[in-house]
Design a protein around this ligand. Structure first.
Ligand SMILES: [Zn+2]
Length: 84
C-alpha cells in the first residue's frame, strides 16, 4: 500500500511541476544553461548603449571576447577593456 501512495505522490508532484513550468514558460523563454564556473573567464569590459547612453561593465563571460549585451533593442558598443 505504501508503494501505491508513493506512485500517486510522484504523479501528483510531476503534474504540479509541469503546470508550474507551463505557467513560467508564458513569462520567460527558456534560457541556455550557463557553463560550469571553471569555464568562465574574468573579464573587464565596458559597453555603452548608443541610444540611451547607459554603460555596463562585464565582469564574467564565457570567453575573453564575448558578444556585446543588448540594450534598447540594439547591441551595445564596446567602449574599452577596463584597466585598474
Ligand atoms: Zn539603452
Amino acid at each position: 500500500m505504501f508503494a501505491f501512495k508513493l506512485i500517486i505522490a510522484i504523479l501528483a508532484g510531476f503534474l504540479i511541476m509541469r503546470t508550474g513550468m507551463r505557467l513560467l514558460g508564458g513569462f520567460s523563454s527558456p534560457m541556455a544553461e550557463p557553463p560550469p564556473p571553471g569555464e568562465l573567464r574574468k573579464v573587464k569590459i565596458m559597453y555603452r548603449c548608443e541610444l540611451c547612453g547607459s554603460e555596463v561593465r562585464m565582469t564574467i563571460a564565457p570567453n575573453e571576447d564575448p558578444s556585446p549585451p543588448r540594450h534598447c533593442m540594439d547591441e551595445m558598443t564596446l567602449v574599452a577593456p577596463v584597466e585598474d
